[in-house]
Ligand binder design. Structure first.
Ligand code: GDP
Length: 508
């Protein structure tokens, strides 16, 4: 409706092209709205992308290979439900804590680090596999270096096993196969490997390059072999990271801590994160106050592949959000403001699309009516209508009074203005409280026929940019018919609304 679009317009500086008219009729309508808003009708289009370039924070270009240093792998565990992902993660986490000093608290923060006696390290993502993985992929964030595919040896390939394989293949992330529950008597790991051939997952013994490890997550059997296989694959992948420059990271978990406030766990992709850094993520920003490792110990810096808890956020970013370091707090505010604004623009765009579709539907319905009547002259149409009206006269009169309807007659100066008003009226028709009953519409000054119709139906005659002669006005007074003349569409519409609400009250 007109007010909605008006509001949208007032909030819209960049996207005036949203209302790019589809027909000259829209032009009339939009011009009316703009007249109301006091804005100039200008069809400039500012490309949001251009603006974004200046206002949003973006990833830096790829680093010079000379700056890259080796980094350890980030691993996601995937597989069908109940095949043992959680058990495996728990075991790995506990092993890690046991390997360190006694009494380490295992806290779920979304990621953890396993350090081998050899000094090798692996970062495990500890978030519900598929959802987090998809969320990150959807945001274009590539975080996982290796996927450990857990398949229960007694169950074999199931629906989510296949999905996991597809995720891995689409993202081109290499797989290590963990055949779990091998402690069970009915376990059949060889069958699992054979079945996987169908999905292009070819284990080493079938001539492929997928390592398969038989484990029991429950008993902790062979977990070391799994970890070693992961390290071996990471070596082949020659993973490298850039420890210099502005930090880039990915949020893997986000929560509000009673003591610490908004906390995120992130994995560093690039740069070295230190206290005092200013970060943006989603529509939030942070001046880093504290950094913790997954055991809750404060740390001073975090390099690529490291999971780290970050304290200092103004709001809570979401899992999967990309973290980017910016030069200053002012810049962070600017970026966040811009993102909020851009999001609003997106919403408005959606809203306008909905409005646009609705209006199109109304226009179409009127177009159909006009086509039906199109071959007739105005006189013929009015005659036919008059005949019909005569027939239904009494019945209709009773009905209209019953149903809280407001019978109206619309006259306008040109076809376009009449149709514009009809479009708006259609939107009011949607509300059931009080119905507008369009008795007649047409182009030209108010005439005797209009007054007669209005008398018959106890209706009101609305004119847009048309006249009613003295004679007609006197006739109207004599017959008790009200004529309402307007030169601005929205005034006419407001008037209609008032009439409607007036109709509504007495009978309630
Ligand atoms: P998730 O849904 O993939 O996270 O699976 P869970 O880790 O929750 O495991 C599902 C069930 O399988 C639990 O009852 C586990 O105790 C059990 N389970 C997991 N790993 C093993 C294993 O290696 N051997 C046996 N016998 N049971 C296991």
């Amino acid at each position: 409706d007109i007010d909605h679009v008006y509001e949208a317009l007032m909030n819209t500086a960049l996207d005036i092209d949203l209302l790019e008219p589809e027909s000259p009729l829209d032009d009339v309508w939009i011009k009316e709205v703009l007249k109301k808003s006091g804005m100039k009708y200008k069809r400039t289009q500012v490309k949001q992308d251009k603006v974004r370039e200046n206002k949003d924070a973006v990833r830096r270009p790829e680093a010079d290979p000379a700056f890259l240093i080796p980094r350890w792998p980030v691993v996601t565990i995937m597989g069908h439900v109940d095949h043992g992902k959680t058990t495996l993660l728990d075991k790995l986490r506990k092993t890690q804590v046991a390997a360190m000093e006694a009494g380490g608290i295992t806290q779920h923060i979304g990621a953890f680090l396993v350090s081998l006696p050899s000094g090798e390290k692996i970062t495990f993502l500890d978030t519900p596999g598929h959802a987090a993985f998809s969320a990150m992929r959807a945001r274009g964030a590539h975080l996982t270096d290796i996927i450990i595919l857990v398949v229960a040896a007694e169950d074999g390939i199931m629906k989510q096993t296949v999905e996991s394989i597809q995720h891995a293949q689409n993202a081109q992330v290499p797989i290590i196969l963990a055949i779990n529950k091998c402690d069970k008597p009915e376990a059949d790991p060889e069958r699992v490997k054979k079945e996987l051939l169908t999905y292009d997952v070819v284990c080493e013994e079938y001539g492929g390059d997928i390592q398969a490890v038989h484990i029991s997550a429950l008993k902790g059997d062979n977990l070391m072999a799994l970890v070693e296989a992961t390290v071996a694959l990471a070596e082949i992948l020659e993973l490298r990271g850039d420890p210099t420059g502005l930090v880039e990271a990915i949020v893997v978990e986000s929560r509000t801590d009673k003591g610490k406030g908004p906390v995120t766990t992130a994995i560093i992709k690039r740069g070295t994160l230190r206290k005092g850094a200013v970060l943006v993520a989603g529509k939030s920003w942070a001046k880093v106050r504290l950094l913790f490792d997954e055991n809750g110990k404060t740390i001073n810096d975090a390099c690529p592949s490291m999971p780290v808890e970050i304290i200092g956020w103004k709001d809570l970013p979401s899992a999967g959000d990309e973290i980017l370091e910016v030069e200053s707090e002012q810049r962070a505010r600017e970026v966040v403001d811009w993102r909020k604004y851009a999001e609003e623009q997106e919403k408005l765009k959606e809203d306008s699309k909905v409005i646009g579709t609705k209006r199109k539907e109304h226009q179409d319905s009127h177009r159909r009516v006009r086509e039906k009547l199109g071959s007739l002259t105005w006189k013929e149409r009015e005659f036919i209508k008059y005949q019909e009206i005569k027939k239904q006269n009494i019945r209709h009169k009773e009905k209209t009074e019953d149903l809280n309807t407001l019978p109206i007659i619309i006259k306008g100066d040109v076809d376009g203005s009449v149709e514009a008003i009809l479009n708006i009226i259609d939107t009011y028709d949607a509300t059931d409280e009080c119905k507008l009953d369009l008795i007649h519409f047409g182009v030209g000054d108010i005439n005797e026929n209009d007054i007669n119709l209005a008398e018959t139906f106890n209706g009101v005659v609305y004119g847009f940019s048309v006249n009613a002669s003295k004679v007609i006005q006197q006739l109207a007074v004599k017959k008790g018919v009200r004529i309402k003349l307007h030169n601005i569409i929205y005034r006419l519409v407001e008037d209609l609304q008032e009439e409607l609400s007036g109709k509504l009250t007495p009978s309630m």
